[in-house]
Design a protein around this ligand. Structure first.
Ligand code: ATP
Ligand code: MG
Ligand code: MG
Length: 379
């Protein structure tokens, strides 16, 4: 029986393990904390990312290594790659870990990005603000996620508070100042590339964030006829440039009807959770297939789907459990402010029925505000 090794033991590793099982694939996850939630469904090895002895023992027990977490040190990925197949490859991981390398690659692939400048000193922040303009967002180049490591600047006077918040990170990780994009929509394209180069995308997903954290997703995103072919070609170009194997997400802004690249995630992605019930093959199953060299499955949507993210704590599950074609996912994590602890997906044969089901569920859950932007699109 093949064994899939996963670096990181969070909910993504957990859902990978759940998708791997029916394929006859075992999973072994590694995480620095013993209560990582993947450990509830698969064996978990506890080790730090620089505990090379433990990681060597891990490599000896698995057939292929992949990631639930993209901020594994490049050195660790490289060392593992000398012993066992690692997908995506460490170079692709390194590009996706650094907002500068990532945006540079996007531009090389013909995908414009928001204006940006790197910032390493307080003086450079002033220069960057003068060039990029305000409003803007200062971000750490590395290690940010869920909107952490970001500061929004409304005008030039915000340079001091921005530096107070992130200046200490400048020396360690570097910073980048990005123009704030007043986008019309946020979309993501989930893509998968096999070891043999077979490449597929799921239909574009529309996403809504609250405080930098994904709140709701809707798929297929409405009105994407013109954008889907371009998004697919851009994702293919990126994947081929990186010799990428596995699933990745490309986060996009739509501005004046054109796509702008925000960032890529070199792994399965929160905006693709709807594919578990809403697509013929889920992102998790196709990632397992891809990294093991198995044929990829159909990425078509089965039905329109909407996903609620549960941040901080889970609501009462009853309304979802009682819903038609509604699906509850509890990651088995402790409640904690800002933490992703679960999600729910609702599917329906058409957009009208999806709106009805979502609206009813929102009332029962007391989540009208969270669902409102999705309902306005489905109306
Ligand atoms: P994650 O990896 O969890 O998606 P992150 O911390 O890497 O999050 P980003 O994707 O950079 O963060 O930003 C989070 C959200 O903040 C975006 O999805 C978008 O809603 C908003 N945002 C980020 N950058 C910009 C920008 N330049 N203009 C407008 N909005 C932005
Ligand atoms: Mg990110
Ligand atoms: Mg993001």
């Amino acid at each position: 029986q093949p064994v899939l090794g996963v670096l990181g033991g969070g909910q993504l590793a957990r859902m990978l393990a759940l998708a791997a099982a029916p394929l006859g694939v075992k999973t072994l996850a590694v995480d620095s904390v013993a209560d990582a939630c993947a450990g509830q469904v698969a064996p978990l090895l506890v080790a730090d990312w620089t505990d090379y002895a433990a990681l060597e023992a891990f490599a000896a027990r698995v057939d292929v290594v992949t990631f639930d977490f993209e901020n594994v040190p490049a050195e660790t990925a490289q060392r593992l790659a000398e012993r066992v197949a690692v997908f995506p490859n460490p170079r692709a991981l390194a590009v996706a870990q650094d907002r500068l390398a990532e945006k540079t690659l996007f531009r090389e692939c013909g995908l414009p990005t928001p204006d940006f400048m790197t910032v390493d000193t307080r003086e450079q922040l002033d220069q960057a603000l003068a060039t990029v303009g305000a409003p803007a967002i200062l971000k750490t180049r590395r290690l940010g996620y869920d909107g952490k490591g970001q500061f929004r600047l409304h005008d030039l006077a915000d340079a001091d508070p921005a530096w107070a918040a992130l200046g200490a990170q400048a020396a360690k990780h570097g910073l980048i100042l990005e123009a704030f994009v007043p986008f019309e929509r946020e979309l993501s394209v989930l893509a998968v590339r096999g070891r043999d180069g077979d490449f597929r995308t799921w239909p574009l997903t529309r996403n809504w964030h609250v405080d930098g954290v994904l709140s709701m997703s809707l798929a297929p995103a409405p009105d994407i006829e013109l954008l889907q072919p371009r998004a697919t070609e851009l994702a293919r170009t990126l994947a081929e440039r990186l010799d990428y194997v596995g699933v990745f997400a490309l986060e996009l802004f739509v501005r004046n009807g054109e796509l702008l690249g925000n960032e890529m995630a070199p792994r399965v992605h929160n905006s693709g959770h709807w594919t578990i019930e809403g697509a013929h093959t889920s992102q998790f199953e196709n990632h397992v297939r891809a990294v093991l060299g198995l044929p990829l499955g159909d990425t078509g949507a089965r039905s329109p789907s909407a996903m609620f993210n549960w941040i901080g704590e889970l609501p009462d599950a009853t309304a979802v459990l009682q819903g038609v074609d509604a699906h509850w996912h509890d990651y088995g994590k402790q409640a904690r402010p800002g933490r992703k602890v679960g999600h729910a997906t609702v599917c329906a044969p058409d957009a009208g029925l999806l709106a009805t089901r979502l609206g009813g569920m929102a009332v029962a859950l007391g989540r009208e505000a969270q669902v409102a932007p999705v309902l306005s699109v489905l109306a």
